[in-house]
Design a binder for this molecule. Structure first.
Ligand code: AN7
Length: 383
């Protein structure tokens, strides 16, 4: 089959030489990746610090989150292996992505989601893309255990990030950043749930900076000391990786699993992270750290980003910037630093939480009369 012109056709085609696919692998893609790396213009001045902050806006992926990067690989490899169905447990975004890529591939998707605890947009996506959507009376961690067990008893491929192809797809975000900046950032901040994404980014940064033939990182399931997918390094630097959790679901900060995780940032309402060991390796190798944020800090930053930069991310995503701003203010992240924060998901995913925060402040009801509209404008502008 030929393709017309010079279209962008997704991250596997772009990074084919650094991903575990062969020339005749049928690629399942929705044009994911290639997301904007936006430099914040107003927030650094607001906090009075001389730093360069970039946000990687992963909410502009086809299903509205970074999960598409991993899912294009996971579903491509599932189809290559002859699988007819994929399954995942999810706090919402993984289920949306699994459902969409399965639809694209023409196979079935089964998704287990915690009843009442996923954002409305994500539920709409899973249903609309035609996934068999099983709401469980339990949380993500319960769902994850069930998925692992049922995969032994039914012909389904797990597409949670325990599937190593997921991390291979997600590592490409680091490639894009290094290529665009011409160097690695000094700090890379992410929200952490299962810690798959922070691990994947570290793999990507390491592959971008490891001479051919050397071991890339202990976090990579494909790296056995003689990496199967080497590529000439394009930079020598690597960032410190910083992972932020919601205080009510912060197993990495507690040092042990959290039994009943709670947070308004439902995407990261995870108490028993699947990439526990890898994430600790990432911290050791990169010199980074984990920290936690109160729900209110996360929401305040979500709103600050929307109002002062015009960028709308979901609550979980705001944890990366929220933590970064706190650590910049305290000096833990020093002035002069180049910082990248991943905005993992689109703000439109969770309209209820957004409206709940702003309604009384910015939503006014008036009659459909010229004078009332005019007065509202004049009052607001102080004229
Ligand atoms: C917006 O969808 O785990 O640390 O089931 O949706 O790699 O788990 C979502 C995770 C951050 C955390 N931000 O990433 C799921 C799910 C958003 C997310 C994370 C998620 P990991």
């Amino acid at each position: 089959m030929t393709t017309l012109g010079n279209r962008y056709t997704g991250l596997i085609s772009r990074y084919r030489d650094r991903l575990p696919v062969s020339a005749d692998t049928r690629l399942i893609s929705l044009g994911e990746g290639n997301t904007p790396l936006l430099k914040l213009k107003n927030i650094p001045a607001l906090i009075g610090k001389n730093v360069e902050i970039y946000v990687k806006y992963e909410g502009l992926n086809p299903t509205g989150s970074f999960k598409d990067r991993g899912m294009t690989m996971a579903v491509t490899k599932a189809v290559e292996a002859g699988s007819k169905a994929v399954i995942c447990a999810s706090t919402g975004n993984t289920s949306a992505a699994a459902a969409a890529y399965a639809a694209r591939a023409g196979i079935k998707a089964f998704v287990l989601i915690p009843e009442g605890k996923i954002a409305m947009g994500k539920l709409a996506q899973a249903m609309m893309y035609g996934a068999i959507t099983l709401q469980i009376r339990g949380n993500f961690d319960d769902g994850m255990e069930l998925v692992k067990q049922v995969a032994n008893e039914a012909p389904v491929t797990i597409v949670n990030s325990v599937n190593p192809f997921r991390l291979q797809g997600q590592k490409t975000a680091a490639f894009e950043i290094v290529e665009e900046l011409g160097r690695a950032p000094d700090y890379h901040c992410l929200p952490v749930g299962n810690a798959g994404n922070i691990t994947a980014h570290w793999i990507g940064y390491c592959e971008s900076s490891t001479p051919i033939g050397q071991k890339v990182t202990d976090s990579c399931a494909f790296c056995d000391g003689d990496c199967r997918y080497p590529k000439a390094p394009i930079t020598t630097g690597r960032p410190k990786m910083v992972g932020y959790q919601a205080a009510g679901s912060a197993p990495f900060v507690r040092g042990e699993p959290v039994l009943n995780p709670e947070t308004v940032a439902t995407a990261i309402r995870i108490g028993n992270p699947q990439s526990w060991a890898q994430a600790h390796t990432v911290m050791k190798e990169s010199g980074g750290w984990f920290d936690e944020l109160a729900d209110q800090e996360i929401l305040d930053t979500q709103r600050l980003l929307a109002m002062s930069e015009g960028i709308f991310c979901e609550p979980a995503s705001a944890a990366s910037l929220s933590g970064a701003l706190r650590d910049i203010k305290s000096g833990k992240i020093p002035e002069g630093s180049v910082i990248v924060c991943t905005l993992t998901g689109n703000g439109l995913k969770d309209p209820d939480t957004a409206i709940g925060q702003c309604a009384s402040a910015v939503l006014k009801t008036i009659d459909a009369k010229l004078d009332q509209v005019r007065d509202s404008i004049l009052q607001t502008m102080g004229v």
